[in-house]
Design a protein around this ligand. Structure first.
Ligand code: SF4
Length: 256
């Protein structure tokens, strides 16, 4: 590679490996710009991946336990752990009253089983004490802000866990921010480069186009898993014309 080109490209590669890339915004754009860019992102992603459809309602308590199990593991492993948990403990009461070691044995395939077993047992006990039984069906009737406040005091339950449950179990128009959404939105430049997932959620959810929470969340996951990985493939990305990082890389290529 010629020296001049190497000087332009190498910092991008190093930053890409670190998850921070030249061109990423240092501060948050205005709400009007965020709104416009999120709409465009949703359109471009639907153009590439299609418009996802909601699978229909699911028991919210099961969905939230499933989300706890999904932390730091693959979908396949967490699904296997959830099925095993339900086989071993057919009622939520049985799991709430179980020894965490027995829960850990049932969810071993989901990873971090010792930590997750205590979280699940304590969460189920909190649900019973707070809602007078092993159900959180009322979550689907809550406004998102109320739900975030109500559940986010429980250890192991963050805004993402609540938003994922509301989106997939209740069909609410919310916008969970996971590791893929965090990486892509930072690179696109709709949030500051150093923004935490919680801050990204606060900055973006109010500006997601109405009815597009599911679409934007699911398609950003698809993009993050296939194209905007730790080393992004901007040349084949549907967002490359509106992405700060993609445009920066394109400028660097043109300058060589
Ligand atoms: S253009 Fe696409 S792949 Fe490249 S950084 Fe932006 S979102 Fe990621």
């Amino acid at each position: 590679m010629p020296a001049r080109r190497r000087a332009l490209v190498m910092p991008l590669l190093v930053a890409a490996a670190a998850g921070t890339i030249t061109g990423m915004a240092a501060s948050a754009p205005s709400p009007a710009i965020v709104k416009r860019r999120l709409r465009r992102m949703a359109e471009l992603l639907e153009g590439r991946f299609g418009a996802p459809e909601w699978d229909g309602p699911e028991e919210p308590l099961g969905a939230m336990v499933r989300t706890i199990l999904s932390q730091s593991t693959s979908d396949a492993n967490s699904s296997a752990a959830f099925e095993s948990l339900r086989r071993r403990f057919p009622t939520w009461r049985a799991a709430a009253e179980a020894d965490p070691r027995d829960i850990a044995a049932a969810i071993r395939s989901g990873g971090l089983s010792n930590q997750k077993s205590v979280r699940i047992r304590d969460f189920l006990r909190w649900v019973n004490a707070t809602f007078g039984g092993y159900t959180i069906d009322s979550l689907c009737d809550m406004a998102p802000a109320e739900a975030y406040e109500r559940f986010c005091c429980v250890p192991g339950i963050g805004v993402k866990t609540v938003a994922v449950t509301m989106l997939f179990a209740c069909g609410k128009d919310v916008f969970p921010v996971d590791t893929h959404v965090t990486r892509v939105t930072r690179r696109v430049g709709v949030v500051p480069a150093a923004a935490s997932p919680e801050r990204i959620h606060r900055l973006l959810e109010p500006h997601v186009p109405p009815g597009r929470g599911l679409s934007l969340h699911v398609n950003l996951l698809r993009l993050g898993r296939t194209i905007c990985r730790s080393t992004p493939r901007c040349e084949v990305c549907p967002l490359n014309r509106i992405c700060d990082t993609g445009k920066e890389k394109s400028r660097a290529r043109t300058a060589t």
